[in-house]
Structure formats: C-alpha cells, structure tokens
Design a protein around this ligand. Structure first.
Ligand code: SF4
Ligand code: SF4
Length: 377
C-alpha cells in the first residue's frame, strides 16, 4: 500500500480506500469479508455515507477493535426517510442521524457536509445552523476534520472559497471530467454517457483540482468507474472500455487527489482492485482510450504519463500537475507547491522531443517544463 496526505488535514490515507455504499443491504458475512480483505491490504480509509442502521452496525461489528486502524468519512445530512437515501438540511433530522453514527463509531475522522451540488445545497448548509453544527462537532472533538462531498465543480469551488472545509470527496472519472460543467453528471450516469458531448477535459473541473492543490484541499474520490459504465463494452463512451486499474490510475493522477474509494461489494472485487499495485505501467495507461474522442482542449495535459520515459528522468505528468496549479495564481504560488517541485529533483530538459512525439494530446511539454522551472524553481 502507498499513502498520501489528505491536504490540510495532515492525515495519511491509503491511496486506495473502500467506499462502503454497495455493502448496504448485504448480509453481514459479505460485509465482513470485504472489510477484512481491505484491511488485509492495509486500507485505512472507509467512506460510510449510508444512513441505515443495519449497515452501520455491520461495519462497526466487522471492524471491532480495528476501528482505531481506519479513518472514517461520515456524512452530515445523509438520512434515510422511508428507507430511501435522502439529503436533509433540517437540523433535528441531521443531528439524529449523525449522532447515531457517532455512537456507533465513537468519533468520526472526517465529518463531511453531505452532497453540496446546487446553489440550494450551498445555502442550506452555509446560510443555516447546519454549518454551525458541523463546526461545533469539530470543536467538541466528535469529528476531527470538516470535509464535504460534491459532484459539481462550480459549487465545489464556491464551498472551498469559504475556507471552512479541509478536504473534499468528489466524483472523478474520465467521462465526468470530459462532461462540460454545465451538464449534471447524474443526468448521464443512469442513462449512459455517449461521447457526443465530450470536448476534452472540462476546464472547470481542471480548475477545481488545481484550486484544491493550491489551497491544500485533499480530494478523496467516489464514482471512479462511473457506476461501472466505463468498464462495460456496451456502455463505455470511448472506443473501448477502461479497466478498473486504468480508472484508479486516472483518479490518482489528478492534482490534490489523496485516495480513491471504489465501491467494492465482495472480497474478490476488493482483491482485484488491489492488483493496481502489481499490474504494469502499460496496463494502467489510459491515454489511448481517452485519445479516442474529440478533444477541443488539445494541448492540455491529462497527467497520463504516456510520454514517459524521459531520458533525463523528468516526471512529466508530475511537473505538469504542479505548473498547471501554479498558473492559477502566478503571483501567489504556495510554498508547498515549490517544495513539491523541489522534491521531484527534476533534471534540466535536454529538449530531445521524445515526449512530444509520444503525447497523444499535443502538449507542448518542452515549453511547459521550462515554464515550471521559472515559476517553481
Ligand atoms: S504530456 Fe501528454 S502524454 Fe505526457 S502526461 Fe501530459 S498528456 Fe500524458
Ligand atoms: S523533451 Fe525534455 S522532458 Fe521531454 S523527454 Fe526530452 S528531456 Fe524529457
């Protein structure tokens, strides 16, 4: 297992975690074997957004005294009115569900402001007692950090600008990233994507990830497989389906991403995801599949590393993640960004051009690597 820091929280998360959503309404034995497999692979981050009592019980019992070995994302505002998942901003209802979660797990590592996608969601959280409640929970030590979950890049940026959250759970996969931000991802995840809307990585989503890197908002990832549609030959919007490991690699290559939390529902699925650490770099490479659709934003790096190896050892994707973030506000480049650049120990580019020939997205690598040295060196 590898670990990455979740932004400002300072916590080290396993780069692959477990989203427990699909364990809901499954027998206890199945929940336990899946969690056992995750922990056997040193997973230390679980998402428990589900409001149902039975699944919360199952997870707490399966963990037993291993509760201390994992960090839990628990969602403030997730409710299950009439056995259906629901979002509530009504304080007594919100408290009832979250306090039940606290009783079950003792404390919650990341108290997530649940599902902030629209202006209404934003107002319901930030212009009511909801946010005061979350801040109180943190002051009392019931939650250790405040995070939030979202699927909308524009709203997510607004939430980050409040300065309140330290981390974010966001839906990230290549199809969502290519969907223009004025379209809502849930309008497509049920009926399938179709590639007619794709024009390359949406600039608003790219900006969100760069903003997170700049402000050290660590990202944890949901929906990495696009509700499995990206894995399916019948539903993929690309020339061919992506693999689980390509999807995990895509999400982990976005700036500021700390951990991907696939929604595994069996031990076998969990074990298969963990093969990420043993498959070859070629098997994880998603460049060719992404390159199969129209790209109006040609020239933008998608951090795929398809251009490697560089003869002088420059990590081209990593340099691009940093320089793209630095460009967001050239006058105020955070020291953390410079430190990350220094840690890369990048050699000087000899302008051999191999990377530019190999890049399927027409990225002017030589120019960008030079700019990185000027801005971050
Ligand atoms: S320069 Fe091109 S090939 Fe290299 S990481 Fe960026 S998009 Fe991928
Ligand atoms: S042009 Fe520069 S960055 Fe690209 S492969 Fe050659 S040395 Fe590496």
């Amino acid at each position: 297992m590898k670990y990455r820091q979740i932004g400002q929280t300072g916590k080290q998360a396993s780069i692959i975690g477990l989203g427990c959503e699909h364990l809901d309404r499954k027998p206890y034995a199945q929940v336990k074997e899946t969690i056992d497999m995750a922990l056997a692979h040193d997973v230390n981050l679980l998402d428990v957004f589900m409001p149902g009592e039975e699944i919360r019980d199952h997870i707490a019992t399966a963990l037993g005294d291993r509760r201390k070995d994992v960090m839990i994302q628990g969602h403030i505002g997730a409710t299950d009115i009439n056995q259906q998942y629901d979002i509530s901003r009504d304080l007594p209802t919100v408290k009832k569900y979250f306090e039940a979660l606290l009783r079950k797990f003792g404390y919650i590592d990341f108290g997530m402001l649940f599902f902030i996608d629209s202006e209404d969601d934003y107002r319901g959280v930030f212009e009511t007692g909801f946010i005061t409640y979350a801040e109180q929970l943190k002051k009392q030590g019931d939650i250790h950090h405040i995070g939030f979950s979202s699927h909308n890049p524009v709203t997510a940026m607004k939430v980050i600008e409040t300065g309140v959250p330290e981390m974010m759970m966001f839906s990230i996969n290549p199809a969502f990233d290519m969907l223009p931000s004025e379209h809502y991802v849930f309008d497509y995840s049920d009926k399938g994507f179709g590639s007619d809307l794709f024009r390359g990585i949406d600039p608003k989503r790219a900006e969100l990830y760069q903003l997170c890197a700049q402000k050290q908002i660590g990202i944890t990832v949901m929906k990495a497989f696009g509700a499995t549609k990206l894995l399916s030959p019948d539903h993929t919007p690309y020339a061919k389906p992506l693999t689980v490991h390509q999807c995990v690699h895509y999400a982990l290559s976005r700036p500021a991403v700390a951990s991907v939390l696939p929604g595994c529902q069996t031990a076998a699925e969990m074990e298969d995801v963990m093969r990420y650490f043993s498959v070859s770099g070629e098997e994880k490479d998603y460049a060719e599949v992404l390159g199969s659709v129209q790209n109006d934003f040609k020239g933008s790096c998608v951090y795929c590393s398809h251009c490697q190896p560089c003869p002088v050892g420059i990590d081209i994707a990593a340099v691009h993640r940093l320089v793209d973030t630095a460009r967001l506000d050239k006058a105020n480049i955070p020291a953390t960004l410079r430190a990350e650049y220094a840690a890369l120990e990048s050699a000087v580019c000899i302008e051999c051009g191999h990377c530019e020939v190999r890049c399927p997205f027409g990225v002017p690598v030589i120019e960008n690597v030079k700019e990185a040295a000027v801005l971050l060196g």
